[in-house]
Design a protein around this ligand. Sequence first.
Ligand code: HEM
Length: 375
Amino acid sequence: MTAMAMSRSLMMALAGMVLVLGLAMLAGDARAQAPNQTDPTLQTAPVDGGVPGGTLGLSSDAEMWRAVRQGVTGTVSIPDQNAALLVQSEGDNWRAIRNGPIKVYGAYALGGIVALLVLFFLIRGRIRIDHGKAGVTITRFNTIERAGHWLLAVSFILLALTGLNLLYGKFILMPVIGKEAFTAVSMAGKYIHNYVAFAFMAGLALTLVMWFVHNLPSRTDIVWLLKGGGVLIKGVHPPAKKFNAGQKMIFWLVILGGFSLSLSGWALLFPFTTTAFADTFAVINSIAGTNLPTDLTPIQEQQYNQLWHNIMSVFMICVIIAHIYIGSVGMEGAFDAMGTGEVDLNWAKEHHSLWVEKVQAKDAARPGGSPQPAE
Ligand code: HEM
């Protein structure tokens, strides 16, 4: 091999080595930059349920989160095992429903009933005693009946005002009286609400015992209802016993609605002691074939109770606003029945003719014929 040929081979070998080294370096560099598929912190795409960036994501500890959200009995050493529940996901739904539809539709309902009554007053005016006052009275309710009514009425009104403060006070009262005064008012309201509830339940029981018999449905109710109670047209007075069909409806709404309010309120006063909703759902499922949840956690029971208490209270307040209207400004002579207990005879004849006949017949049959309290 000539010297010339040798140096050409050497040059080519050197160039080859440079090329191989260069390629090797490039390959090494590329390998260094490529994602390491086994290291989750270096992933750029999900692999086997793992999420890029090394966060837990889909591969989080399901068992741990289940325990956090559902609470596992035995994981806390204090008696209240509910403390094992750290995050209650359904609480979000409860809050959204309470602060959303309940507040909004509740306000519509309350505003709506007031608007309807104003409209009714503008169209119909005050329902007058068509024959004018007789100047003679008849005893409509005795002292016990009136005491029972006012126990129920005053307690309900206190519960309604303090309850509405919890729902709307932040928007209506707080801007007017300021945050500190609102706190004091709301705290006092909470105590009033909690204790007056028992007076309400007593009033409810008394009302049921006093007036149950008088509020059983009768045939006269059908005639009364067909004639619209005589409320819509002047001069129309369908016969009625001690209570007419409209009053019977109010009575049963008060008794059943008041009972439901009392039950749900009791569950709120003594949390985690009742299973009324799970039990009710089970009954509904067995009757209607529905699939309502019956395995409610104690806190879900509380949430259902709280929502139901809200819905029922707004409904009952609407009913009672209408009752207060007709028992005061809406009808001439009505308030006396619960004020003094004595009503004008013509009022009584127009609104409760069958009851007047009965009382007068009883009076006539008595020796001396002196007036008797109504039955
Ligand atoms: C300022 C408020 C109230 C006034 C002025 C009022 C007025 C009256 C009057 C005048 C009667 C007798 C009607 C008649 O002689 O036939 C009555 C009955 C009655 N009240 Fe009240 N009331 C008030 C609040 C309440 C409340 C808050 C409740 C229940 C939560 C209630 C429940 C009843 C019931 C169940 C009856 C018997 C059925 C009926 O007449 O509708 N009242 N009320």
